[in-house]
Write a protein that binds this ligand. Structure first.
Ligand SMILES: [Fe+2]
Length: 242
């Protein structure tokens, strides 16, 4: 997720974009040729500036400054360090610490992604509740998904209060069922980076390989690498990177 991502794009990106998967499948079924474009150049993570000076009295200025300048900045630094370490591992072929650095990447980049969303989920005194274009598409989607607005707000607040230990309350678009959902996110990494869109996935639950490979997961993965559908992956990428 980039710092330039606006609120709408960011919210839409949460929750592992199955939308891209569905669109790719429909394009493949229609025989439509995959689109081509120049892929974006990877950039390092950067700390976005706060979009306001203060959220007093709801959030005190000291907390806001510490949260943004120290905690969020730490996630940015950690995510870039993990990317650098993984690049070095690819260069040297030494993947002994791959598990550690993948965890580091997931933890820090998810922290960066969610904090970027957090800052743009607030505005001094709030805004937009009485939009001149009411009902907005979001208003309509909330009503279709939750019923009256108050019910959605009740569920979101209750779910957020009940998050076990550290975590997040998240309102997300779930494209497979075409509805908004309120989610509790415990911790925040779970070895993914929020906002990512999956391009290629390999199932390593035992049900995917146990009859043939038993406990030899590595053999299954090595064999699986030879049956990848790069055409479908390219189509998903084209959609995701647009
Ligand atoms: Fe935080």
């Amino acid at each position: 997720m980039t710092d330039r991502m606006n609120r709408r794009q960011a919210i839409a990106g949460i929750g592992l974009g199955s939308l891209g998967v569905a669109m790719s499948a429909s394009r493949a079924a229609s025989g439509e040729a995959p689109a081509t474009s120049t892929p974006p150049t990877p950039v390092a993570y950067t700390l976005p500036p706060l979009p306001y000076k203060s959220l007093e009295p709801i959030i005190d200025d000291a907390t806001l400054a510490l949260h943004h300048d120290k905690h969020h900045a730490g996630y940015v630094k950690g995510a870039n360090a993990a990317l650098e370490a993984l690049a070095k591992a690819r260069e040297t072929g030494d993947f002994a610490l791959v598990k550690h650095w993948e965890r580091e990447l997931a933890f820090h980049a998810s922290g960066h992604a969610l904090h970027t969303l957090y800052w743009t989920s607030m505005w001094p005194g709030g805004r937009g509740e009485s939009s001149p274009t009411y009902p907005t598409a979001l208003d309509q989607a909330m009503e279709a998904s939750f019923g009256p607005r108050e019910k959605m707000l009740d569920q979101f607040a209750a779910a957020t209060k009940a998050v076990e230990a550290s975590g997040w309350g998240v309102l997300a678009w779930e494209p497979l069922s075409k509805r908004l959902v309120a989610l509790q996110v415990e911790k925040h990494q779970d070895l993914t980076v929020w906002g990512c869109v999956p391009i290629l996935v390999c199932d390593v639950w035992e049900h995917a390989y146990y009859l043939k490979y038993q406990n030899r997961r590595a053999d299954y993965v090595d064999a699986w690498m030879g049956i990848i559908d790069w055409q479908s992956a390219s189509e998903r990428f084209e959609k995701a990177a647009r």
